[in-house]
Structures are given as C-alpha cells and as structure tokens.
Write a protein that binds this ligand. Structure first.
Ligand code: AMP
Ligand code: ZN
Length: 300
C-alpha cells in the first residue's frame, strides 16, 4: 500500500490530479473524474430506484443556517467564511496598497450572508419547513463542500464532493432507512473490490464540551462509518457516513409529520474523492487492468 506521499506523487505522475499551493486543494483531470462520476452514477441510480427526489444546491449556505444548526458551537475550525470588499471599510486605493505591498487586507472586508457549505445536506433542511406527506420524503443530492482541515493526507481534502441521500419522516422508518443504507453501501463497496470496515463513529466536535457530544453520539449509535484502506492498512479512512439526527432539524425548521410532531431525519453520505482514491489505491493507477467487473460497474 502506498504511503500518503507516495499516493500523492502517483496521482500527479499518472495524471489524476493537478497540484495547487494549498494542502487539500487539487485540480481533477478527466482520468480521475470518470471514475468519480462512475461511482456517483451508481449512487444516483440506487436513489432513483428508491424513489428519491433529486435536488441541487450551490456550494454555499446561508450564514443563518450555520447559526441555527449550532455549527459554530461544534465545528468552528472547519467553517469557511466568505468575505468581500465594502467601501465603508476603507478606500479602494488603501486596499490596493495593502494587496500590492503583500500585507493582509482583511480589515477592508465584510462577512457576506453566506458561508461555504460544510455538508451537502445542510442547505436542504430549511427548504422542508411545513407538513410532510404521510410517507415522508427522500432526497438525493451531490455538492462540493468545504472544510478548513489542511493536511498532507491526500484523502483529507479541504474542498471535496459529497453524495448524500436524506430521509425525512417518522422515527422508525427513518432509522430503518439509515440501517438499510449501511448494508446497501457495504455491498456496493465490496462489489467494487474494497475491503470495508464498519464502526460506530463520532464527529470531530470542538473542545472539552465536544468530548461529551462525541461520547453521546457513540452511545446512541447516531453515526456509523464505513472505512477502507487508502494510505494505510491499519489506519483506515472513512468513505461513507450514515447519520441519524433524531428530531434536531425537524424541530429547528418546523418540519412536521402529518400528526404535527416534528419529523426525524437521517442522512447518508459518500465522500466521492475518497471512494475514487480507495479504488485507485486498491486496483492501481492503470484503470485498463482493473478487474473487468469493477470497470463494468463504473462504466469505465
Ligand atoms: P461527514 O459529514 O464528516 O460524516 O463526512 C461525510 C463523508 O465525506 C465521509 O464519510 C467521508 O467519506 C467524506 N469526507 C469527510 N471529510 C473529508 C475530507 N476532509 N476530505 C475528503 N473527504 C471527506
Ligand atoms: Zn448529511
């Protein structure tokens, strides 16, 4: 198995990635994208057959959603803010002087009412306010997301795509749906030749209070992850997550079951770059000699 550095070098040398000067930010070539899109299409097909509605959001989110969902309490270090120049902050010539002198110019900037989107499902919940149909809803969505976690691990990106499915409805139905997806995803990854490991997991909540939140998340089995080897056979990398949120979003956004109770929600998400990297790390950099059945599934 290639190390982080070896895999990174191989991705560039074999024409999958284009380097930038920022850790965790890469250009993707067609050679990389056809694999990623092949996998993305498989997930879309599963979702379509299950009757999910397909929606799409830009990779930004209202700042108020970050506030209402408690994102800054839990993940303040990951959120990517968006700022722009406003004249009230200082004159344009003064701004240019700072830029051209190589100095910091953030004093001239003002926060915009949006931030970068931290998870594909976040922009969805505020749009669901109101009463749900009896059987609830199921949504399929893919988006670029941003997390400020620079790293030399090629599988830890700052800007990457997440293919998510979201189920909104009654508690039992939502929980069952989440657990069914764990099995379905595991079968899918196994059929692509990936060695999968399933575990109850926790999000990287910030600070001392975060430890408590993580412990609760594990005790209640709110998050399950499927991990695979990418740059180490011992330290596996999560390629898919399966989250049960209880009535958190239902309560925050007034998403109601037909009887008026708050709806429960769950989301499942594949990290598309991570799945693609796992396939390259497992089957090699020459896609032409990958197992025929894997190429066929991915339409390669
Ligand atoms: P999470 O919302 O943290 O459970 O993330 C959903 C999925 O996105 C994970 O299962 C990973 O496959 C993927 N993912 C999370 N963080 C990163 C990252 N920094 N770089 C690449 N993929 C990621
Ligand atoms: Zn989600």
């Amino acid at each position: 198995m290639l190390t982080r550095k070896e895999l990174t070098d191989a991705l560039i040398a074999h024409g999958f990635w284009l380097p930038s000067n920022v850790p965790g930010v890469w250009g993707r070539t067609e050679r990389f994208e056809v694999i990623l899109e092949g996998f993305d299409s498989i997930v879309s097909d599963i979702a379509r057959k299950a009757g999910a509605e397909r929606v799409s959001f830009p990779p930004v989110i209202e700042r108020e959603v970050i506030r209402n969902t408690g994102y800054m309490e839990s993940f303040p270090e990951l959120c990517g803010s968006i700022h722009s120049y406003r004249e009230e902050r200082g004159s344009h010539p003064d701004l240019i002087r700072q830029v051209e002198a190589g100095n910091d110019w953030t004093e001239f900037l003002e926060p915009m009412p949006v931030t970068l989107c931290p998870a594909a499902c976040y922009p969805l919940y505020p749009t669901l306010s109101g009463s749900l149909p009896e059987s609830g809803r199921e949504i399929d969505l893919t988006s670029y997301v941003f997390r400020a976690e620079p790293s030399d691990d090629p599988a830890r990106l700052q800007s990457f795509r997440m293919h998510e499915n979201v189920r909104i409805g009654k508690p039992d139905a939502v929980k069952r749906w989440r657990d069914d997806w764990v099995e379905r995803a595991r079968d899918l990854l196994l059929s692509l030749g990936l060695e999968t490991d399933l575990a109850v997991a926790a999000d990287p909540f910030f600070g001392r209070g975060g430890k408590l939140l993580a412990a609760n998340q594990i005790a209640e089995k709110l998050k399950i992850e499927i991990s695979v080897p990418i740059t180490s056979a011992e330290e596996l990398t999560a390629v898919a997550s399966f989250n049960y949120h209880g009535d958190k979003f239902g309560t925050t956004y007034g998403i109601a079951l037909p009887d008026g109770d708050p709806a429960h929600t769950a989301c499942i998400g594949f990290g598309l770059e991570r799945v693609t990297l796992a396939l390259i790390a497992t089957h090699g950099t020459d896609v032409r000699i990958w197992p025929a059945q894997v190429r066929e599934q991915l339409s390669l």
